[in-house]
Design a protein around this ligand. Structure first.
Ligand code: NAD
Length: 486
């Protein structure tokens, strides 16, 4: 397979040295990827700037029509996209088929619809002297938007930003994660095939600091930055954006709490916890890493969760029909080592291991892959590092609580505030706790149930701003108020 190129001004560009891409299931090299230097990023920004006025002038309905065709084409190339996503991440084929790729198409359809039907605001103003004026707002694109995304749900997260940015009339430069370059490169082919004008959609590959990510976010020709990734990286990007006061939208890390009340349907809560802790190998920003369980059901819940964790099947190459949670590998050797270092840290902090804690052995090619065991710890105080830092792996700590007030306090005792989950059959409690939790989204008796029209984002270290529905349109466009004296 040829080394993955950039996509600039409607052409694939094989510029710069290459770095290796690996299959996390086996650790084997699957191909190379070109790394953009500052000159290549300049080219991409120039192409996006050249295309910006024409795309901004294109009627919203016409842009929406093109984006609907992108969604159709995604469905036509469904299997290729699934293969690209699975090859880069080692995720189960069934998950890519049911979640990652369909969500890509849904992102394009949803934002095409919303942007084409976006209302403006009108105010009639009466002055003290009895004069009248009509104020109305026009929404305009920001210009060139840099989109920097992580590796955990590469296609879903990239299209979540690409679709509204394009629908609002911006041109974009996407930098996918160095770990997962394939699906966005395939999307470039799709953009070309549906006839998106040259330069409207561009892709550059590379790393963060001292590479494509940094060159892009520091580039004076970029008008706004939308980023999903670690909170620490958000800090670095915000620093470069500050110089030119560029708008930023940040979807960052989490240390999400799950609260299980004794009145919950325990079967549902255990299965919900299995999903929320272990889906995607725990590598979803929304995954639960801290579980608090009301004391009367704590022992039973902990035992059942540990039993389910220990019995989870592991992903294997080519498997297409697996249902339920399947343990996938960590994205890289480096990330596996980071997760294992947290397992070690938890033990050194005094944790009791209820399940996992090590590396599975397969006796096949997966022994070269980046797997870790799904793991459940207990026995640590709230101040332990395992309870405070985002691990981003298949692991949770489980602790008992006695009152609703204590549960809310424990859940909110975090620098992060992305998502929280509540398991209860008490309706009053569900609303009360839902309103008290410091999180961008609170799920009650469910997890990762998303409506793309709702605001999505985090509080505290988990982000700045909201995307989703009208909130995406608000970020990716700017209002101009026109005041006409009547
Ligand atoms: P990361 O921050 O290491 O990298 C994300 C992207 O930023 C990559 O493309 C990377 O190359 C680039 N990058 C890194 N340093 C950069 C710099 N200095 N300047 C410009 N670009 C830079 O994150 P990751 O390890 O890829 O992803 C995991 C993290 O993402 C976790 O913290 C997770 O919680 C978070 N995440 C958040 C959400 C959300 O919606 N809130 C969703 C998914 C993942």
């Amino acid at each position: 397979m040829p080394d993955l190129p950039h996509f600039i001004g409607g052409e694939f560009v094989a510029a710069g040295p290459t770095f290796a891409n690996h299959d996390p299931l086996t650790g084997l090299r699957t191909g190379g990827v070109h790394e953009a230097d500052a000159g290549t990023v300049d080219r991409a920004v120039e192409a996006a700037r050249r295309a910006a006025p024409g795309w901004a002038r294109t009627p919203a309905a016409e842009r929406a029509g093109l984006l609907r065709r992108v969604a159709d084409e995604l469905e036509r190339r469904f299997d290729d996209l699934v293969a690209a996503e699975v090859g880069d991440t080692g995720k189960p084929v069934s998950q890519a088929r049911e979640l990652d790729v369909p969500r890509g198409a849904a992102n394009f359809r949803t934002f095409a619809e919303l942007a084409a039907n976006q209302p403006g605001q009108v105010f009639e103003t009466v002055t003290a002297a009895g004069e009248r004026a009509l104020n109305y707002t026009l929404r305009k694109p920001l210009g060139v938007v840099a989109i920097i995304v992580p590796w955990n749900l590469p296609f879903l997260l990239a299209t979540w930003k690409i679709a509204p940015a394009l629908a609002c009339g911006n041109t974009v430069i996407v930098k996918p994660s160095e770990e997962t370059p394939s699906s966005v490169t395939l999307l470039a082919e799709i953009m070309r095939d549906v006839g998106l004008p040259d330069g409207v959609f561009n892709v550059v590959h590379g790393f963060g600091p001292g590479s494509a990510g940094q060159y892009l976010t520091e580039h004076p020709g970029v008008d706004a930055i939308t980023f999903t990734g670690e909170s620490r990286t958000g800090t670095a990007i915000m620093r470069s954006a500050a110089r030119r006061v560029k708008p930023v939208s940040f979807e960052l890390g989490g240390k999400n709490a799950g609260l299980v009340f004794a009145d919950a349907d325990l079967d549902q809560a255990v299965e919900g916890a299995v999903r929320s802790v272990f889906t995607n190998g725990g590598q979803v920003c929304l995954c639960t890493e801290r579980l608090y369980v009301e004391r009367p059901v704590f022992e039973e819940f902990a035992a059942r969760l540990a039993e389910r964790a220990a019995a989870l099947p592991y992903a294997r190459a080519g498997e297409t029909d697996r249902k339920g949670v399947t343990m996938m590998p960590m994205i890289s050797a480096g990330h596996r080592d980071k997760v294992l270092s947290y397992y070690e840290l938890a033990r050194s902090e005094g944790a009791t291991t209820l399940a996992g804690g090590g590396v599975p052995e397969f006796g096949d090619e997966r022994d070269g892959g980046y797997f870790v065991e799904p793991t459940v710890f207990t026995g640590l105080p709230p101040a332990a590092r395992l309870n405070r830092e985002e691990v981003f792996g298949p692991v949770c700590h489980i602790a008992p609580f006695d009152t609703e007030e204590e549960a809310v306090r424990l859940a909110n005792d975090s620098e992060y505030g992305l998502a929280a989950t509540v398991w209860t059959s008490n309706l009053d409690r569900a609303h009360r706790v839902g309103a008290s939790l410091e999180a961008g989204i609170v799920w009650v008796n469910c997890w990762f149930l998303r409506d793309l029209r709702t605001p999505f984002g985090g509080v505290k270290l988990s982000g700045i701003g909201r995307e989703g529905g009208e909130h995406s349109l608000a970020f990716y466009s700017e209002p101009t108020t026109v005041c006409v004296k009547l």
